[in-house]
Write a protein that binds this ligand. Structure first.
Ligand code: CA
Length: 224
């Protein structure tokens, strides 16, 4: 899952960012409405957490412009305003939900998950690729019934490959979805993590599931 936070209060922004990352969610942040709009327009996010009172472009304007461009990424407004008319205005402009500050992080996380689940119709909680099983909710990975211990980053990487099962996943896609927008996809960090993931998933006596397309990217696929 990949989330964009647009919030000019740095402390609030970091608080949300840290919380989401602890749950294995990839996060990008923007500190003003303009930067937020640019990221939202170009990035492929599952949900946008959007403050209303923002420098350069307020939250209402960001949503309005996104919806005008037919970008339908779910938006959850964060607002200190709790007047009914403000909520109505936000929802009428195309926001999907709102949360009044101050809020509990657990509440925000629940709203984000509910929104993303609704968007995907049903959140995929389990993947099976050959004898590889990934239980996203429990964060458990097994191969032929044997548990595989992965770091949080390796898990995110494998989950992303599983979401795109049998499709080519490029380094740029990986860097954006697993590390976030500001990550340099040319660094060798992706290769290092991929090598480690592979050692754990594709054991010597197992049929390889992670395939490399030289110079392009990777595919997670069971090939008979
Ligand atoms: Ca603000």
């Amino acid at each position: 899952m990949r989330i964009l936070i647009v919030e000019d209060e740095i402390k609030v922004c970091h608080f949300i960012e840290r919380g989401l990352k602890e749950h294995g969610i990839t996060v990008d942040t923007a500190l003003d409405g303009h930067e937020g709009y640019v990221l939202a327009e170009t990035g492929d996010y599952d949900c946008i957490i959007l403050d209303i009172m923002l420098p350069k472009l307020d939250g209402y304007e960001v949503v309005k412009r996104l919806r005008e461009k037919k970008i339908k990424t779910p938006v959850i407004f964060l607002t200190a305003k709790d007047a009914v008319e403000d909520r109505v205005q936000g929802l009428e402009l195309g926001a999907d939900d709102y949360l009044v500050k101050p809020f509990a992080f657990s509440e925000l996380l629940a709203r984000v998950r509910a929104r993303v689940r609704r968007e995907r119709n049903q959140e995929v909680n389990k993947y099976q690729i050959g004898d590889l099983m990934i239980d996203v909710a429990k964060r458990v990975v097994t191969r032929s019934g044997q548990k595989i211990d992965l770091t949080p980053r390796e898990f995110s990487l494998l989950q992303y490959l599983a979401e795109k099962q049998s499709e080519v996943v490029t380094r740029t896609m990986i860097s954006e979805h697993v590390w976030g927008y500001h990550f340099d996809s040319m660094s060798n960090v992706i290769d290092v993590h991929m090598t480690n993931l592979r050692k754990k998933v594709d054991l010597p006596d197992c049929k390889p599931l992670i395939h490399t397309l030289r110079g392009i990217g990777y595919v997670l696929e069971h090939r008979s």
